[in-house]
Every structure is written in structure tokens, then in C-alpha cells.
Ligand binder design. Structure first.
Ligand code: SF4
Length: 188
């Protein structure tokens, strides 16, 4: 199986989720958010394809990584390939974050006709959902660009059948605490 990528594995990131992470930059996004920083990742025919086996082999050779982050592009446009990588990542004790322009609710609805989406979500620890909205842009948010986007505890959300945001990242909860964006948090 192959995945279409915008760039190859980027290790040692500290801005794409908690801890030290390897980012998987998927190619292809249908959302066309105004103000998107990654417009070169929108075209579903651009970028390049890579074997999942090669990615897994290279992931296992990296040192000092806490987890992987699927970004893009929209990883949920390639759920089969992301699922294969996610399954492997869990075997080497990496936690999994994923960015998507879809909301959690939209993904659950989509999974009714495409069950692999739900299968993939079962491996994701943290989902940052929703389109980037310029009018909601804020530099005080951690790990996301606009206030409408949520940092979601996926396991809790699937169990409770509703999106459960991680409290410490909730804009509404923390909007008057400008120091919170500069603290160090570790995901457990
Ligand atoms: S979902 Fe992300 S990559 Fe896609 S257009 Fe929106 S900001 Fe850009």
C-alpha cells in the first residue's frame, strides 16, 4: 500500500502536538480554507507516493520520538494508508495525533459509509478538528490556528459518543489565561 505525501517524515517537531513528534505530511485537501498556510498540499495529484512499509521501517529507526502526527493536507482523505501507519506506530509505543479539516461529528457521519474512518480514529489519541477560519484566528492557541478548532480526546469521545475536548487546551476555558500557551504540557 502507498500513501501520497507532501514531504517525507519530519522528526523532532515540538509544534505539532505534545512532546517530540514525527510529522507525516499527507498530500491532498478538499477544504480550501481561506488563509491556509499549506496551499501546496491541496492538490490530490501533487506530491509523491511512498510505500507504507518504507515509512514504517524509517519510523522504527528514529530515536527520541514521543509520537507521530498526521498533518497535511487532510490525512482523513487517505484513511486506509493512515490506518496502516497508525497500527504500526502503536506497536512501537508512539502516541498518535491527527489534524483534519473535518469536524469530529462529520467524520463519525462519514464513517457510516466508510468504516475505515472509524477504524483509523480508534488508533488516534488526539484529533485537532475543523477548518482553519481566519475570523477565528488566534496566536494564543496551542497546536492550532483558529478558535473553532478543537483538541479532542478521541478515545473519550468515541466512548461517550460526543466530542470531548481536552480541558487544558479549551479556548473557552483558558481564554483569559495568556500564560497557558507558554507552559509545557505532557500528554498522558
Ligand atoms: S484543512 Fe488544513 S490543509 Fe486543508 S485547507 Fe484547511 S488549513 Fe489548509
Amino acid at each position: 500500500m502507498k500513501i501520497r505525501l507532501a514531504a517525507y517524515l519530519q522528526s523532532d517537531s515540538i509544534v505539532d502536538g505534545e512532546g517530540i513528534r514525527t510529522v507525516i505530511w499527507t498530500q491532498g485537501c478538499p477544504h480550501n480554507c481561506f488563509g491556509c498556510h499549506n496551499t501546496c498540499t491541496h492538490d490530490f495529484k501533487a506530491g509523491f507516493t511512498e510505500d507504507i512499509e518504507t515509512i514504517c521501517k524509517d519510523l522504527s529507526s528514529l530515536e527520541g520520538q514521543d509520537g507521530i502526527t498526521f498533518s497535511g493536507g487532510d490525512p482523513l482523505c487517505q484513511p486506509e494508508a493512515c490506518l496502516a501507519i497508525a497500527k504500526f506506530a502503536k506497536t512501537i509505543n508512539l502516541n498518535i495525533w491527527c489534524y483534519t479539516g473535518y469536524t469530529f461529528e462529520e467524520l463519525i457521519k462519514m464513517s457510516q459509509t466508510k468504516p475505515v474512518i472509524l477504524e483509523f480514529l480508534n488508533y488516534v489519541d488526539v484529533l485537532i478538528d475543523g477548518k482553519f477560519v481566519m475570523a477565528e484566528k488566534s496566536l494564543d492557541l496551542m497546536f492550532r490556528g483558529s478558535k473553532n478548532q478543537r483538541v479532542i480526546d478521541v478515545k473519550k469521545s468515541l466512548k461517550n459518543n460526543k466530542p470531548c475536548v481536552i480541558k487544558k487546551y479549551d479556548y473557552k476555558e483558558n481564554k483569559n489565561d495568556y500564560n497557558f500557551a507558554h507552559d509545557k504540557y505532557l500528554f498522558v
